[in-house]
Design a protein around this ligand. Structure first.
Ligand SMILES: [Zn+2]
Length: 191
């Protein structure tokens, strides 16, 4: 695998969590890595409220879970672990090391994912595939690695088809109504 160089510049295109003191907040559990990520692993949070899910994923937690991106139901995307760090989400450490983890905010049920969230996820996957030369076939669901229902109702073949451009994409959030990252994240995460 190729060593990663010049990675930091790529962060600028992703929103990050900034604390009230102005510093970037990263997920608690992360380990620096030196190889290029070669796959994307999709998850659901079993929560659904963006602010709560971000708070749980980034803070020190008993399951030592972390992830790189969180995608809200309304399509907001947040980078919570630097891409040159391994996050803990795949259930198999080697797959953590080789992957970028994305959590979709979703309750613990089989309800369909909202269109703006699917659209944002597809766009994010496209960006990451281009950035790291990741093949579409390497966009996988958590349940394709270990026995789990995660990410529930997400149709992984459809996600891959959307990213590949083989199917018309879901509708994104209208550009006329940008949704800012709410202050409540900043307050809870800076505790
Ligand atoms: Zn999962």
């Amino acid at each position: 695998m190729a060593l990663m160089t010049g990675m930091l510049a790529s962060y600028a295109q992703f929103p990050v969590l900034v604390g009230v003191d102005g510093s970037v907040r990263w997920a608690h559990f992360r380990t620096q890595r030196y190889t290029r990520p070669g796959e994307i692993v999709l998850h659901y949070t079993a929560g659904g409220v963006f602010e709560n899910d971000v708070y749980y994923i980034t803070k020190e937690n008993e399951r030592k879970i972390s992830v790189h991106f969180v995608v809200a139901q309304d399509g907001r995307v947040l980078l919570v672990c630097p891409l040159d760090y391994t996050a803990n989400h795949a259930g198999v450490w080697a797959r953590n090391v080789s992957s970028i983890g994305i959590e979709l905010c979703h309750p613990n049920d089989d309800a369909p994912y909202p269109e703006p969230q699917l659209a944002a996820t597809v766009e994010l996957c496209k960006t990451l595939c281009a950035l790291f030369d990741i093949p579409v076939a390497s966009i996988i669901g958590h349940r394709e690695i270990v026995p789990t229902v995660c990410p529930r109702a997400l149709d992984l073949d459809m996600v891959r088809a959307w990213v590949a451009g083989d199917q018309p994409q879901p509708e994104p959030q209208p550009k006329s109504s940008p949704i800012p990252i709410s202050d409540s994240i900043l307050k809870t995460n800076s505790e």
